[in-house]
Ligand binder design. Structure first.
Ligand SMILES: NC(=O)c1ccc[n+]([C@@H]2O[C@H](COP(=O)([O-])OP(=O)(O)OC[C@H]3O[C@@H](n4cnc5c(N)ncnc54)[C@H](O)[C@@H]3O)[C@@H](O)[C@H]2O)c1
Length: 265
């Protein structure tokens, strides 16, 4: 039995994933961490049925629950502190939160490599998104240019999305596209029209009510384009990936980034 504590249990992802974990065999949700609803019974909060386990707003109370794994869906600042705290307390942590800077990720990696616990950072838990990135790496070899349009609900705090940044990192390992954001002679009449730019790839972020999490990777070459698009239509898209991560945490390296490390494609 894996004892889990959900960080950010009162948020969109925390609620949705926790309701699923409660039903899962071999997993026991023994607590929650959030600035909201501290002291409430997690079962009463999630489903209306008491479990005897509570929501806390202090990490040191979480330690007393003796969890095997923390799952984090908060925000980048809170998650960064939580990862450091989890490593200091020898607790495995699976992080779905996005928005870390490159420096923060490097610092986490350095610390985890010396740790006694596992740190698993997963910017996208949907299996379809993992496959999209794998296929894009193959496509990139045969095309001259690549741009990403990522679209999310209007409450998303970070832009561009963690998935788009990870896509760029993976694709740019196979092919280096543009040297600079604007071509010589290209005139951006409204600043930002050509989007963000990372490792040779433009990223355009759309935020609208009605959207969930969507990404279109478009490749271009003379006379043709090839688009590969993934849509997470509701949060159930993330359940299998979270369960996979929990059940396989013992198999991964101390520091692991991306669900692809657990999927044989
Ligand atoms: N990896 C994935 O597949 C995936 C999928 C969807 C969302 N996300 C990411 O998950 C994160 C959470 O998304 P969300 O939509 O659930 O956000 P949300 O804003 O609905 O939830 C965040 C929760 O964190 C809590 N929180 C904030 N500050 C806190 C603090 N100081 N201490 C304790 N708790 C605190 C909030 O009260 C809230 O309940 C985001 O970074 C998002 O990009 C990842």
């Amino acid at each position: 039995m894996k004892k889990i504590v959900m960080f950010g249990i009162c948020g969109n992802m925390g609620v949705s994933i926790s309701k699923e974990l409660i039903k899962e065999e071999g997993i026991e949700l023994v607590g929650g961490f959030d600035i909201k609803n501290a002291g409430k019974d997690i079962g009463e909060f999630l489903t209306g049925e008491k479990t005897g386990y509570r929501i806390y707003d202090c990490r040191n109370d979480i330690k007393k629950l003796n969890p095997d794994i923390i799952i984090d869906f908060t925000n980048a600042d809170v998650a960064y502190e939580s990862i450091n705290w989890a490593i200091d307390n020898n607790i495995d942590i699976i992080v779905g939160t996005t928005g870390f800077s490159r420096d923060e990720l490097s610092a986490i990696e350095r610390k985890s490599l010396k740790a006694k616990s596992k740190t698993f950072i997963v910017p996208n838990f949907s299996i379809g998104a993992v496959i999209m990135i794998k296929i894009s790496k193959l496509i990139s070899k045969y095309f001259d240019n690549c741009e990403i349009i990522e679209m999310h609900h209007d409450k998303k705090k970070d832009a561009p999305s963690g998935t788009s940044l990870y896509s760029v990192e993976e694709i740019s390992q196979c092919k280096k596209f543009n040297e600079s954001r604007l071509e010589e002679g290209e005139n951006e009449i409204i600043e930002g029209s050509r989007g963000g730019f990372k490792d040779g790839i433009h990223i355009h972020s759309v935020r609208l009510p009605g959207l969930m999490a969507h990404q279109n990777i478009i490749f271009g070459a003379r006379g043709q384009t090839l688009s590969i698009r993934h849509d997470s239509l509701d949060r159930s898209a993330f359940y299998p990936g979270v369960i996979l991560a929990i059940k396989n945490i013992d198999k991964i390296q101390n520091y692991t980034f991306g669900l692809d490390k657990l999927i044989d494609i």
